[in-house]
Design a protein around this ligand. Structure first.
Ligand SMILES: C[S@@+](CC[C@H](N)C(=O)[O-])C[C@H]1O[C@@H](n2cnc3c(N)ncnc32)[C@H](O)[C@@H]1O
Length: 290
C-alpha cells in the first residue's frame, strides 16, 4: 500500500518522516523519493539484520536518512536525544517482513523446519518461543493461543503441548506443527486457515510483546507529531486494528487528532494478486490537530 501511505502521510519535500518499522526499506525508499529535495527519514526496527540490509538498500540517499535499532515505542527518547520537537509523519507497518518469514531461520514460518526462536530482537527479548512452550504453565499457554491467536481449541492445544514436552523439549517448528496436527484430531481442520497460522501468530506476538509495544506507542504518538503531522498505521489482524481504531477515536474525541476516514483503506485486488500477504492489511490515517 505504498501509494496510499505516501498520500496518507501527505509526504512532501523538506520534512522529517519516521518509518517506525523500516523492515526491508520499501516504504522508506518511497518516502525518501517523494520528499526530495530536502526530506529526511528516520527508520527504526527491532531486528538488527533488517537494518543491515536496509542500510545497503538506502545507501544512495546518503545523508538523508538515519537508522536506529529500537522499538517504535521508544521514538520519544530518540526525538529528545536528537533535539527534535516533532515530525511531519510516522508510519507503522506492523508484524513481520517477508524476509523474516521466509529467510530469517528464526522459526516464524510453519512451513520449513527451523529453530523455534521468533524474536525480532534477540538482544532485548530474553524468552524464545521454544522456552515459552517448554516452561509456561498450561493456563498461560491457553491464554496466549486464545488471546493472540483467537484459537478456538486453545485449552486442548495447551494440554497437548504439556504432554509433548514431557517426552521431549520443543526445539523446532516441525515439532510444534506435529503437535498442532495431533491436537486438531481426525477431521480436525475446519475453515480455510491452517490452524498453525493462528498458533504461530500467537507465539510471535507473545515473544515480542507486540501488543504492549503498540499500546505504548499509541499512548504517546500524537505528542511526537508536529501540528498537521500525519500518522499512518498498517495492521494485519484484528487485535492490532481494533487497538488503532479505538485509540484514533479517543484522540478525535479529545480534539488531539482528526481521522482522515472512519473506514480503513485496504489494498487493491491487483496488489493482493501481486503480494498475497497484503490481503489482510488495513491502513488507518490520522492528522495531528493544530
Ligand atoms: C511488515 S515489516 C515492515 C516492512 C517495511 N514497511 C518495508 O517496506 O520493507 C515489519 C517490521 O517491523 C519490525 N518490528 C516489529 N515490531 C517492532 C517494534 N516494536 N519496533 C520496531 N520495529 C518493529 C519487524 O522487525 C519488521 O522488520
Amino acid at each position: 500500500m505504498v501509494t496510499e501511505v505516501l498520500v496518507g502521510l501527505n509526504c512532501r519535500p523538506g520534512y522529517l518522516y519516521v518509518d517506525g518499522t523500516v523492515g526491508e526499506g520499501g516504504h522508506a525508499a518511497a518516502i525518501l523519493d517523494r520528499s526530495t529535495p530536502g526530506g529526511e527519514l528516520w527508520g527504526l526496527d527491532q531486528d538488527p539484520a533488517a537494518l543491515t540490509a536496509t542500510a545497503t538498500r538506502l545507501a544512495h540517499y546518503t545523508s538523508r536518512f538515519l537508522l536506529f535499532h529500537r522499538s517504535y515505542a521508544q521514538l520519544g527518547e530518540l526525538l529528545e536525544m536528537q533535539g527534535v520537537k516533532g515530525v511531519a509523519g510516522i508510519l507503522l507497518d506492523l508484524g513481520l517482513s517477508s524476509y523474516q518469514l521466509q529467510h530469517s531461520q528464526r522459526g516464524f514460518s510453519f512451513q520449513g523446519d527451523e529453530p523455534l526462536d521468533m524474536r525480532f530482537n534477540p538482544e532485548v527479548e530474553a524468552v524464545t518461543a521454544a522456552q515459552l512452550l517448554n516452561h509456561a504453565s498450561p493456563a498461560v499457554l491457553e491464554k496466549i493461543f486464545r488471546d493472540y491467536g483467537e484459537e478456538p481449541r486453545a485449552r486442548r492445544l495447551a494440554r497437548f503441548i504439556i504432554q509433548a514436552r514431557r517426552q521431549a523439549h520443543f526445539k523446532t517448528t516441525r515439532q510444534l506443527v506435529t503437535v498442532i496436527q495431533q491436537a486438531q484430531g481426525p477431521g480436525g481442520r475446519r475453515g480455510r486457515i491452517n490452524p498453525a497460522t493462528r498458533v504461530f501468530q500467537a507465539l510471535r506476538i507473545a515473544v515480542n510483546r507486540e501488543l504492549e509495544q503498540l499500546d505504548a506507542f499509541l499512548e504517546q504518538a500524537p505528542g511526537w507529531l508536529l501540528p498537521g503531522g500525519r500518522l499512518a498505521v498498517i495492521s494485519y489482524h484484528s487485535l492490532e486494528d481494533r487497538r488503532v481504531k479505538q485509540r484514533l477515536a479517543v484522540w478525535e474525541r479529545a480534539g488531539v487528532m482528526r481521522r482522515l476516514s472512519r473506514k480503513p483503506l485496504t489494498p487493491t485486488p491487483e496488489e493482493v494478486e501481486r503480494n498475497p500477504r497484503s490481503r489482510s492489511a488495513k491502513l488507518r490515517v490520522a492528522e495531528r490537530t493544530a
